[in-house]
Design a protein around this ligand. Structure first.
Ligand SMILES: [Zn+2]
Length: 243
């Protein structure tokens, strides 16, 4: 309890909240720039079980932002590195690793038996697979992305009146329509900000707190130091959630 003393003191948290977190399971898909702080802060807050899904090996170019890993693990599986880091950081936290890439066939099993899903991937194909599966399986999803000095954050909370991810972006954008961080670059601290906010939204959800991000998207402009909230409407003709 000493470890979590500063959590327990928080209004709306208390020992009950701490117990809720300790009994919870979060799945983080992607142990990269977003996943690094998200996994760290979920573990720090005392989330009981963290499932980490990533099929990649650690490359040196990852280390400007992927602070969960260190130089000793170059060339090794990111799941192995993540497990090593979190075991030392908070031994209370049970880590389950899945060294696989997600696809439309395995996603339902990956998110089953979890209370909250964090999409920390970096490509549209994965985002649509995750968002569709979370909506269909009634899972709370927190999504973020970052490139350059900018980031976006939203949650998808399945309810008949809430918009889904496809209400905002109906289909996967054509290849090259939206630049990828691999070409534009990305500042580690900006992607870290977004991943930290994913953890906050996930923790709030696990504690039973509300968010406005189920109907809004937060945009962060790191260069101008601006946070903007953009209203998201439910699309009645949406292929996934429309009626
Ligand atoms: Zn929709």
């Amino acid at each position: 309890m000493l470890r979590y003393e500063r959590n327990i003191r928080l209004e709306g948290f208390g020992e009950n909240g701490q117990q809720k977190l300790m009994n919870s399971t979060a799945v983080v898909i992607g142990a990269g720039g977003l996943g690094s702080p998200a996994i760290y802060y979920l573990a720090a807050s005392g989330v009981g079980t963290i499932k980490i899904v990533d099929g990649d090996k650690l490359e040196v170019s990852n280390l400007n932002r992927q602070i969960l890993h260190n130089t000793d693990f170059l060339g090794k599986d990111k799941t192995v590195s993540a497990n090593n880091t979190i075991k030392k950081f908070n031994p209370d936290c049970k880590v389950i690793t899945k060294n696989i890439r997600i696809n439309a066939l395995n996603i339902s099993e990956i998110i089953a038996d979890t209370d909250v899903v964090l999409d920390c991937t970096d490509n549209f194909k994965s985002r649509f697979i995750i968002a569709d599966a979370c909506w269909e399986n009634n899972k709370f999803l927190c999504y973020a992305s970052a490139q350059g000095y900018n980031g976006q954050l939203l949650v998808q909370s399945p309810s008949p009146t809430n918009p889904c991810y496809r209400c905002l972006i109906p289909e996967i954008p054509p290849q090259g329509a939206i630049p990828h961080p691999a070409t534009t670059g990305v500042l580690g601290s900006v992607v870290g900000t977004m991943g930290s906010m994913q953890a906050t939204e996930a923790i709030k959800y696990l504690l039973g707190m509300t968010t406005s991000l189920d109907r809004e998207m937060l945009a962060y402009d790191g260069l101008r130091t601006n946070f903007t909230k953009i209203k998201r409407e439910k699309n009645k003709n949406c292929k996934l959630c429309g009626i």
